[in-house]
Design a protein around this ligand. Structure first.
Ligand SMILES: Cc1cc2nc3c(=O)[nH]c(=O)nc-3n(C[C@H](O)[C@H](O)[C@H](O)COP(=O)(O)OP(=O)(O)OC[C@H]3O[C@@H](n4cnc5c(N)ncnc54)[C@H](O)[C@@H]3O)c2cc1C
Length: 565
């Protein structure tokens, strides 16, 4: 069966097979650590909500056959967890041969095979990737190569996704300092892009915790670099998106972790107050994670979390334990928890560290919100982690969206605005943007962002480590705030990329930064000025003089020349 040829059919078949043949081991319901410990089989039609003591201990649920099957079916199989040094070296040699062969073809530039990834770039690079690039396949570079449990330094192959790495580290009492919540993101992709999560207020971006890397250059040579060994190359990689060289492996300094997390949430009547509360939390040495949500001008939430030891079996503390993905969408859980508490008060609950780190993964933030069924605990318990994860949701969501948009655009073309009276949904423009501004700018920035972005917005403070990302120059402040905007906004009758352009123009007013994974509608001149194009060109000449890899701005720009923001 071709893994991605007809995913919908495959899923339905797989679900039917699973439901009808529960005894067939390959399709047996996934492991549910806690329920098994309690000797209580999980029964879909009875739902999953039980007493808090029954749930929540989910140390680092390992992959099972069902999860692996689903991933393989969407064409993005999960890689192995371990890779011996011998195997790694052997595979690096194979990749070098591949690169030399690809670069010998002077007609085609080289880019990376990104099968199954959610986060591939949206710009022209993506189109060209499909049409005219040679594809370097580094999929076999997956797995942990070495781990020192005394120091927490882990060496990992570049194509390893962070969920696999986290599953490896957690039982040893460690986690990566920054764990991207979208579970397709790989170690190499996170270094060459810019990745942050709620621990970033302390640790910065993923690449700030990297101590050394092996990098494949366009001419097929491999260079080992660090802050002291080939430091120019080491610092050139972040925000280069595979245009200066490819990360083959990286050593990261992991941090100590507890098995549970105590989450504190509080709602405020203004964005400013929520940002102030987040700033206070960031100063507290006991706090491990800080993020927030903007629901509107007069409603925002500060969220902080602290790792705590695992709850003892006989612990009768009445704090509710949230279990994901079963209990509901995380965004809905936050709403419910606030309703249970009294307004203006701190509300607390517990989660396993693993569930916390992947709290947004189960719905790619709130992108499943239009599918009511996917919010129901019974349905969620049934689908479980094998389905409710970015890797799967992205693939199905993208196809469903394409189909819906096709109909909407057709209806708009023939019926215009009147199509709505006949039940046709207006066409929409996809907005997926991570935008960086100073903390004091957040309230006014968010206010104007509403004109083009769909609420809610996610807030994630990031520590600025000076000098570590020359291709992403940051202001001289201790922290910036990532304001992320995910959704779809009506665009009938508007020029192409109207809303993404509006967002870029608004960001430019604040002199803010954006990660290039999403639509980039700026002019080339603006990018050159703002993202140190001169430095990039100098690096390009040194590292890829024959232009075997695409130029960064060619790869990421979305708007046609003359139609920029
Ligand atoms: C829906 C969505 C939500 C997101 N949310 C967040 C978020 O909340 N926080 C956040 O920090 N980021 C977020 N991202 C961005 C994402 O983390 C980055 O785009 C990251 O670079 C993706 O890594 P990947 O491994 O999936 O790479 P891919 O999608 O495979 O590739 C992305 C780019 O990195 C290059 N690349 C990949 N691997 C390597 C390598 N080994 N060496 C050199 N270059 C490489 C590719 O050539 C490509 O240009 C989001 C993206 C999407 C689509």
């Amino acid at each position: 069966m071709a893994p991605s040829s007809s995913p919908w059919r495959c899923v339905v078949l797989a679900i039917l097979a699973w439901v009808s043949c529960p005894a067939f081991p390959a399709f047996a319901p996934r492991t549910r650590t806690q329920r098994q410990v309690l000797n209580r089989p999980w029964i879909p039609w009875q739902g999953t909500l039980s007493s808090p003591q029954d749930r929540g201990v989910n140390l680092a649920p390992q992959r099972d056959a069902w999860e692996e099957f689903m991933a393989a079916m969407v064409g993005a199989p999960d890689g192995p967890s371990l890779l011996s040094l011998n195997e790694y070296e052997q595979r690096v040699s194979e990749v070098q041969v591949q690169m030399r062969q690809l670069s010998a073809d002077g007609e085609k530039q080289v880019t990376l095979d990104q099968s199954g990834n959610a986060a591939s770039l949206f710009g022209h690079g993506r189109l060209e990737y499909h049409q005219k690039h040679g594809r370097l396949d580094i999929a076999k570079l997956s797995g942990v190569i070495a781990f020192d449990s005394a120091t927490g330094v882990v060496r990992v192959a570049a194509k390893t996704d962070f969920k696999t790495l986290t599953r490896f580290l957690l039982p040893h009492g460690f986690i990566p300092p920054v764990v991207p919540e979208v579970d397709t993101v790989t170690v190499g992709g996170a270094i060459s892009g810019l990745v942050m999560e709620s621990s970033s207020f302390r640790y910065g971006f993923v690449h700030n915790a990297v101590t050394s890397m092996d990098v494949l250059l366009a001419n097929g040579t491999v260079v080992h670099c660090s802050r002291t060994l080939h430091p120019e190359l080491f610092s050139a990689l972040p925000h280069s998106y595979g245009t200066l060289g490819y990360v083959l492996s990286a050593s990261l300094q992991a941090v100590r972790a507890e098995q549970d997390v105590l989450v504190k949430i509080r709602e405020f009547a203004s964005v400013e107050k929520a940002v102030d509360a987040m700033s206070v939390a960031m100063e507290d040495p006991a706090v491990d994670f800080v993020d927030g949500i903007i629901y509107g001008e007069d409603r925002a939430m500060a969220i902080s979390a602290t790792m705590v030891p695992k709850k003892a079996e006989d612990d009768v503390d009445m704090l509710p334990t949230v279990v994901l993905p079963d209990d509901g969408r995380f965004i809905d859980i936050l709403g419910k928890k606030l309703e249970e508490g009294s307004t203006g008060e701190d509300v607390f609950f517990r989660m396993s560290t693993f569930d916390y780190l992947y709290r947004w993964d189960c719905d790619i933030f709130w992108s499943t919100r239009r599918v009511e069924m996917l919010g129901k605990p019974e349905v969620r318990g049934f689908l479980g982690r094998a389905f409710l994860r970015s890797k799967i949701l992205w693939q199905f969501g993208r196809r469903a969206r394409d189909a819906k948009e096709f109909v909407s655009h057709l209806a708009w073309q023939f019926l215009g605005g009147q199509g709505a009276d006949l039940g046709f949904r207006p066409p929409t423009e996809r907005i997926i943007q991570d935008l960086g501004v100073r903390l004091d700018q957040v309230p006014s920035f968010a206010k104007g962002l509403k004109a083009h972005g769909e609420l809610p917005f996610w807030m994630c403070p990031v520590r600025v480590v000076p000098g570590e990302q020359p291709l992403f120059p940051l202001p001289d402040v201790a922290h910036i705030m990532d304001v992320a905007c995910f959704g779809a906004v009506p665009c009938g009758g508007l020029e192409e990329l109207h809303h993404n352009k509006g967002i870029d123009r608004w960001l430019a007013k604040f002199d803010g930064q954006k990660a290039f994974y999403s639509d980039v509608t700026f002019s080339r001149e603006y990018l050159y000025e703002k993202y140190d194009g001169a430095k990039y060109d100098q690096l390009k000449v040194e590292l890829d003089p024959h232009g075997v890899l695409p130029h960064l701005f060619d790869k990421v720009l979305t708007a046609e020349p003359g139609h920029e923001a």
